[in-house]
Design a protein around this ligand. Structure first.
Ligand code: SAM
Length: 276
C-alpha cells in the first residue's frame, strides 16, 4: 500500500472565486498579535514568505522589486539629494535597508506592531539587520500618532503599510496626508504603496484622491511584483513641487534603472480612469 502525501499550500484569497496558492514545505510560524495575524511559510519557489492577515507582505525572492520601487523612485525624483527619511510601517526592515543602500544616513522607522519586527529578526535576518543600524531609529508606535506629534522634518516619507483595513486604515486618509505635509522639507516627497489597480482599485483611489486634496502634484507609478495580487502593483507619490529628478545620478538596482523610472509613470487607460 502506498502512503499518499498531503501537500501543504498557503493561499491568498483575492475574492470568493480566486486565490493565489504557494506550495509550502513548512509553516514556520502563525501568531495572532494585538493588531493582526502573522504567518511565515517556507515556500518551494519564493523562499520564506511573510503574510499578514492572509495577504502576502513579502517573499525572499521578489521583495527587491517592492523595496527598490518604494525608495529609489522618490529618491531620484527629488530636486535635491534626500538626506533624511521617515518610514511608516515597514517593520520587516526591507525599506530601511534599501534606504541605507542608496546612502540615506538619517532614517526614522515607525512600526505599530513590535511582533512584525521580532518575526523579521528571526526569519528574515537580512532585512531585519537594517533596523539595528546606528543610522536607523526604530520606534514602535502608530504612524498616525507619530506624525501628529513630531517636530522633525524629512526629505522622504515612505508609507510602507498593509492594506487600508485595520491598523493601516488611517494611513490612507486625507488628514494623515495633511499631517505628513507638515513634516516634509521644501524638497520633500511622500510615497505610499497603493495596492493592485486591478484587484484593489479603492486603495489606489483613496491614496490618490486623499493626496490630491493636500498636494498640488500627485502621481501614480507601477511595478511588476509577482507575488502581489495580479502582479501589477501601484505606488502613489506627492510633493509641493513638480518633480523633474536627478536622472544623471541614477545607479541601478536589481529591478530599478533609468528606463524603469521613466516608464513606471506610463499608466494603462483603466488605471488613468481610476485616478481621473
Ligand atoms: N510590503 C508590504 C505590502 O505592501 O504588502 C508592506 C510590508 S510591512 C510588513 C507593513 C507594516 O505596516 C506591517 O508591519 C504593519 O504592522 C504596519 N502598519 C500598519 N498600520 C500601521 C500604522 N498605523 N502605523 C505604523 N505601522 C503600521
Amino acid at each position: 500500500m502506498t502512503v499518499k502525501l498531503i501537500e501543504n499550500w498557503f493561499s491568498e484569497r483575492y475574492s470568493d472565486n480566486l486565490q493565489l496558492s504557494f506550495r509550502v514545505m513548512d509553516q514556520l510560524l502563525s501568531v495572532k498579535t494585538d493588531y493582526q495575524r502573522i504567518d511565515v511559510f517556507e515556500t518551494y519557489d519564493f523562499g520564506k514568505l511573510l503574510a499578514i492577515d492572509g495577504t502576502v507582505q513579502l517573499t525572499e525572492k521578489d521583495e527587491f522589486v517592492y523595496h527598490e520601487m518604494i525608495t529609489m523612485v522618490p529618491y531620484y525624483l527629488a530636486s535635491r539629494k534626500p538626506r533624511s527619511a521617515l518610514v511608516i510601517g515597514g517593520g520587516d526592515g526591507g525599506t530601511a535597508g534599501q534606504l541605507l543602500k542608496i546612502g540615506i544616513q538619517d532614517i526614522v522607522n515607525v512600526e505599530i506592531d513590535t511582533q512584525v519586527v521580532e518575526v523579521s529578526k528571526k526569519y528574515f535576518p537580512n532585512l531585519y539587520r537594517s533596523l539595528t543600524d546606528s543610522m536607523v531609529k526604530l520606534l514602535i508606535e502608530d504612524g498616525v500618532k507619530y506624525i501628529q506629534k513630531t517636530d522633525r522634518k524629512f526629505d522622504l516619507v515612505i508609507i510602507d503599510s498593509t492594506d487600508p483595513v485595520g491598523p493601516a486604515e488611517g494611513l490612507f486618509m486625507k488628514d494623515f496626508y495633511a499631517a505628513i505635509k507638515r513634516v516634509l522639507t521644501d524638497n520633500g516627497i511622500v510615497v505610499t504603496q497603493s495596492g493592485s489597480p486591478f484587484y484593489q482599485p479603492k486603495a489606489l483611489q483613496m491614496a490618490f484622491s486623499g493626496m490630491k486634496e493636500v498636494f498640488p502634484f500627485v502621481s501614480t507609478y507601477t511595478a511588476f511584483i509577482p507575488t502581489y495580487p495580479s502582479g501589477f502593483w501601484s505606488f502613489t507619490m506627492a510633493s509641493a513641487y513638480e518633480t523633474k529628478g536627478r536622472l544623471e545620478e541614477i545607479s541601478t538596482g536589481k529591478y530599478f534603472n533609468a528606463d524603469i523610472l521613466r516608464g513606471a509613470f506610463k499608466l494603462p487607460e483603466f488605471v488613468r480612469e481610476l485616478i481621473r
